[in-house]
Design a protein around this ligand. Structure first.
Ligand code: THU
Length: 152
């Protein structure tokens, strides 16, 4: 199956910059007392909606939630389950961007679930202080397991 991208607006410079700015702004909401690494994620949907999230850590470290996962759960809760077209991520120690932040393996799977609901292959915009890397989610998580796999 070739995933489709129903709305290319997220690839336009102004929308791109706006989404990156939203991810950077979301870093301020991070609860990251253990790692000190604050991350923000911004999800753009085909209808123009932007949902953001930030990491939410736990005293039982391994239970911490990443920014992308928080954003995806919030989007679902708010009824945005179709048309995920782009995801921007920003983060760094103390909330200061450094190296490019790409989604962890678990977040790739979580984002795939949300994307699969609308049949999109979102652009993932991973940002750092100096550089930005754009990748399709399908390139970050090839041959992903998803809802379709559970169909008989
Ligand atoms: N983290 C994210 O929120 N997203 C990523 O893409 C990478 C890692 C969080 C998890 C943890 O709270 C902190 O960054 C350090 O790993």
């Amino acid at each position: 199956m070739t995933p489709i991208l129903p709305d290319d607006r997220a690839e336009l410079p102004e929308d791109r910059a706006e989404l990156i700015a939203a991810a950077r702004a979301a870093m301020a909401g991070a609860y990251a007392p253990y790692s000190g690494f604050q991350v923000g994620a911004a999800l753009r949907f085909a209808d123009g909606t932007v949902v953001t999230g930030s990491n939410f850590e736990n005293a039982s470290y391994g239970l911490s939630l990443c920014a992308e996962t928080v954003a995806a759960a919030l989007a679902s809760q708010q009824g945005h389950r179709a048309g995920l077209v782009a995801v921007a991520i920003a983060g760094g120690p103390g909330g200061v961007p450094g190296a490019v932040v790409t989604p962890c393996g678990r977040c790739r799977q979580v984002l795939h679930e949300l994307a699969a609901l609308g049949g999109t292959d979102p652009l993932v915009i991973a940002t750092g202080a100096q550089e930005t890397v754009d990748m399709r989610l399908s390139a970050l998580l090839p041959l992903a397991f998803g809802p379709a796999n559970l169909e008989p």
